[in-house]
Design a protein around this ligand. Structure first.
Ligand SMILES: *[C@@H]1O[C@H](CO)[C@@H](O)[C@H](O)[C@H]1NC(C)=O
Length: 395
């Protein structure tokens, strides 16, 4: 079952408005006539309270402004301090978030037009180059296609990328990098949805229900955000009927006059479908004396594409997306070698701020199984569960 919709609650908004309203005026004792404010003894106290409420609203405004336009946020820490006795957790970051979401749903917030969308291509490039190991084709292809697509002023279709490769080669890792660099809240963003075939669409007899749910979820997310990302993990197990739902997004739309903003949608399909053919091609090239970095898309894409179209054992291979060439790119993740596994081990130590020795890296890399049995070249699990393995080396 799909998780419930995430919408800002109108109740929270109402509460916020109530919070910002001044408290009711105290009744002037012993008189029916409204007295002149100046003569009324309680006035200084009221003025005090009004000022406090005014301050409070100003704080809220300052905080909202920071959240909506982070670039124009004063950095003096003043906004966070608040008047004495008042702190943000007390009144609720939650209301601020609700207000921000609501505000951004109809108003341009940040440079991107929506402060939930960060599109940090510098960060994406750096992540792909520094944190991903052994995937020179992925680095170039993913950055270029995603950047080009998101910078197209009026895209006429969604972008569909299909990641292929053995487990542990970095498909999920790259999907997460995309979410984290394109959206302020990463995978938790309102604009990002992740589906796992065996979890969300586990029973093929319910495919009609799943279709409805998926359609609804896509529409809902697109209403919330002008730029959305949908990730389908274990895509090889998706029912071809379910993928029909995506067809209208991936066919070119007729230009309907230039609207102020065109919705942008990225579909990522992650699968190990035909990972074997990638490994085979790479193995043959390496044996023929090529270096890994000399391998190009031209070596791989034709094989991969042909094999996927031929694959009758997978719903994804069967689906209209593949048969009708609606997938923009088949992205091959290469099998990882010993030296890459070592780098993953190093990253795992560093990310936990632990000291490591070269011997420990070797030991971890040696623990993995390598295939084919003759050459012992590729880690059969890639870099999977490396971070758990380093626990053996903790002091
Ligand atoms: C983009 O990402 C880089 C690297 O993660 C980071 O240093 C930089 O501050 C980010 N830029 C923006 C505008 O968020």
């Amino acid at each position: 079952m799909l998780p419930g919709p995430r919408r800002p609650s109108g109740f929270g908004l109402l509460l916020l408005v109530l919070l910002l309203l001044p408290p009711p005026l105290p009744a002037a004792p012993g008189t029916d006539e409204p007295r002149s404010a100046w003569a009324w003894p309680g006035f200084p106290r009221l003025r005090e309270r009004m000022r406090a409420v005014g301050d409070l609203s100003k704080r809220y405004w300052a905080l909202l402004r920071c959240q909506v336009w982070p670039d124009h946020c004063e950095d003096d820490g003043d906004a966070a301090a608040g008047p004495p006795g008042w702190s943000l957790p007390l009144l609720g970051q939650q209301y601020l978030d609700v207000l921000t979401t609501w505000y951004c749903s109809f108003q341009d917030c940040c440079d991107s037009g929506d402060c939930r969308i960060s599109n940090n291509f510098t960060g994406l490039e750096s992540d792909l180059n520094v944190r991903l190991h052994g995937q020179h084709l992925v680095q170039k292809l993913v950055l270029r296609t995603v950047k080009d697509y998101l910078e197209t002023p009026w895209p006429d279709k969604a972008l569909a990328l299909s990641f292929h490769g053995w487990s542990g080669t970095g498909k999920n890792f790259v999907a997460r990098m995309l979410a984290e660099n394109l959206y302020r809240d990463g995978l938790k963003s309102d604009c990002v949805e992740m589906f796992i075939a065996t979890v969300h669409f586990a029973h093929s007899q319910h495919v009609d229900l799943y279709k409805e749910q998926l359609l609804g979820r896509i529409q809902e997310t697109q209403q919330l955000c002008l730029q959305t990302l949908f990730i389908f993990d274990e895509a090889e197990k998706l029912h071809p009927g379910l993928l029909e739902v995506l067809r209208p997004h991936l066919e070119r739309r007729a230009p309907e006059g230039h609207r102020a903003k065109s919705p942008r949608t990225i579909f990522l399909f992650l699968s190990n479908l035909r990972g074997n053919i990638i490994n085979e091609v790479v193995l043959n090239l390496l044996k023929a004396g090529w270096s890994r970095e000399e391998i190009t898309m031209e070596h791989l894409e034709p094989h991969l594409h042909a094999e996927i179209v031929e694959s009758t054992d997978s719903g994804f291979g069967h689906s209209c997306l593949v048969k009708e060439n609606l997938i923009d790119y088949f992205v091959p993740f290469l099998p990882l070698e010993y030296r890459h596994v070592r780098l993953c081990a190093r990253d795992a130590f560093l990310s936990q701020e632990l000291q490591y020795t070269e011997e420990a890296l070797d030991e971890i890399a040696t623990m993995m199984a390598y295939v084919p049995s003759e050459e012992q070249l590729f880690s059969s699990q890639g870099c999977k569960s490396i971070s758990q393995r380093i626990t053996y080396f903790l002091p």
